[in-house]
Ligand binder design. Structure first.
Ligand SMILES: [Zn+2]
Ligand SMILES: [Zn+2]
Length: 238
């Protein structure tokens, strides 16, 4: 596998993955102190969508989720989306820096441990085959594989994206939901997930429409719980 090879040749903890300054071997996530301190880790997130809540907000569920029905149990994100995170994700997705999946997975795994999320199988959000061909790799699958290595849990690449949904981020929530219908199907090889806990993995969580739609397909197979984790998410102000 090309990615195992990249893993092997890329020397870890020598340069900061954000600013490229030299770092000490013991630094967490291959980040220098400055960049680490700038990361906005989500400590208090909505118990449903995982988006950050301010300390002043008293409830554990955000206003947006109070009126929403999701098909998944709970979604989590690790950090708030801002310039540096944008750069990091961009170079990971489009700049061939696939080795970043390792550091991203490390951060995600710590979040999963912190929130006591117990899962049996890891399910990456798929790319449409045309986009996969263009990009050369599915970033969510790379992260899923790294989490799989750390946690010794199997990756089930069983969701297929039928349609290319190129400008999803520019649509309203309603338009997105409409567009998402029938976007995903499951492959035949999926009888393992009955009564199991699933973890859907993606790099970014926006409105939750993607995860919700994947999970709507998965619940037909009666898993126990469906969690979702992404690396970064945008902020709602509550
Ligand atoms: Zn740095
Ligand atoms: Zn929420």
């Amino acid at each position: 596998m090309i990615n195992d090879f990249i893993d092997y040749i890329y020397p870890r903890n020598i340069k900061c993955i954000l600013c490229k300054n030299p770092i000490s071997k013991n630094n967490s996530y291959s980040l220098c102190k400055d960049c680490f301190n700038k990361l906005k880790f989500i400590k208090k997130g909505c118990s449903k969508c995982g988006k950050p809540l301010t300390d002043f907000y008293k409830k554990d569920i955000c206003l947006n989720c109070e009126t929403k029905e999701y098909t998944f149990t709970r979604a989590l994100s690790c950090v708030e989306y801002y310039d540096n995170i944008h750069k990091l994700i961009y170079s990971f997705k489009y700049g061939l820096k696939t080795y970043l999946s390792y550091n991203i997975a490390e951060i995600m795994n710590d979040k999963l441990k912190y929130e006591n999320i117990d899962f049996d199988y890891i399910i990456p959000v798929p790319l449409h085959k045309k986009r996969l061909k263009k990009r050369g790799y599915n970033q969510a699958l790379l992260i899923a594989k790294q989490i799989s290595k750390i946690r010794k849990k199997e990756v089930l690449d069983i969701v297929v994206r039928n349609e290319n949904t190129p400008f999803l981020s520019q649509l309203s929530r309603e338009e997105r939901l409409k567009k998402m219908k029938n976007v995903f199907t499951l492959t035949q090889n999926n009888n393992k997930i009955y009564k199991k806990n699933l973890l859907i993995v993606d790099d970014i969580f926006t409105t939750g429409a993607t995860v919700n739609e994947i999970s709507r397909n998965l619940i037909k197979l009666e898993p126990s719980k469906i969690y979702a984790i992404s690396f970064a998410t945008g902020k709602n102000i509550y």
